[in-house]
Design a protein around this ligand. Structure first.
Ligand code: SAM
Length: 278
């Protein structure tokens, strides 16, 4: 059956490609890639010769049409991004939505993901976490986004680029305070892989101490807000999930606070984060 395979590729170490991903890349008729040069390098490494088409954030609509057309002709397509899992801070979501809307088969081929790799070695309480991805680049919007996350009792997982790491850590400290712990996971699976746990007060000094620490790709994991007098957030979230579907946010927050006994401001912060995540 013609199928769109959504295939995870390595985030650094080329050997982090699953055996199944190799099978799928070998068997697909076409590989749709975020950057065909990056994927060509991966395919060359494994001796796979395959027609490549571009599917990046600037042509996702056209790429979705083209991929749907290929599937309609009975061909199979493997969709990959430059690194890790397509659709996670990467193009892919629109293509998947379009192919699903056209009623065609989509199969995930799971594998590397930078956030999951960082969570697996962070050593913090990440039983519950919120994956945020990239914060806004603009300072005001970034601080606002951090404010909406401040009260959440979940570990917070961010992507960050090297040129923004210093300002990002400074904004996090300003919004979350000095005491919160952070895990800085850098260059995972690569030669200079570093995983460092510290506090937001000490993070800037650690980054400043060695220019190499500002280089590469980062996942940042910040511990969640202490879960104190606000009670069981599971209950608040369940109430909010139902109410936000039916009511404006202010009404939903008011009712969820009344139903659960949680502070209205805390419920409001949760509602903002849930709405952002929708
Ligand atoms: N789709 C990818 C995934 O599943 O991991 C994420 C792609 S996103 C465009 C790129 C960001 O992921 C980088 O800016 C960095 O935050 C993170 N990242 C990717 N590879 C990484 C690595 N080897 N070590 C640490 N972070 C990495």
């Amino acid at each position: 059956m013609p199928t769109l395979y959504v295939v995870a590729t390595p985030i650094g170490n080329l050997r982090d490609l699953t055996l199944r991903a190799l099978d799928v890349l070998r068997d697909a008729d076409v590989v749709a890639a975020e950057d065909t040069r990056v994927t060509q390098h991966l395919l060359d490494h494994y001796g796979i010769a395959k027609p490549l088409i571009a599917a990046h954030e600037h042509n996702e609509h056209a790429a979705a049409e083209r991929i749907s057309g290929l599937l309609r002709e009975g061909r199979s397509v493997a969709l990959v991004s430059d690194a890790g899992t397509p659709g996670i801070s990467d193009p892919g979501a629109h293509i998947v939505a379009a192919v699903r809307a056209a009623g065609m088969r989509i199969v995930p081929v799971p594998g590397a993901n930078a956030a999951a790799a960082a969570l697996s070695v962070c050593g913090c309480d990440a039983r519950r976490f919120l994956f945020y991805g990239f914060l806004p680049a603009q300072a005001g919007a970034r601080r606002h986004a951090l404010e909406t996350l401040k009260a959440l009792p979940f570990a917070l997982v961010f992507h960050e680029a090297p040129h923004r790491i210093v300002s990002m850590l400074s904004d996090m400290r300003a919004v979350f305070g000095d005491a919160r712990r952070i895990v800085i996971a850098r260059e995972l699976t690569k030669l200079f892989e570093t995983v460092h746990q510290t506090t937001l007060a000490a993070a800037a000094a650690w980054i400043d101490a060695d220019a190499n620490r500002r280089r590469g790709e980062f996942v940042l994991i910040v511990e969640g807000a202490a879960d104190t007098e606000d009670g069981a957030d599971d209950e608040v979230e369940r109430a909010l999930a139902l109410l936000l579907d039916e009511l404006p946010m202010s009404r939903a927050v008011k009712l969820a606070a009344a139903l659960t006994g949680a502070r209205r401001n805390h419920v409001y912060q949760l509602a903002l984060a849930m709405q952002d995540a929708r």
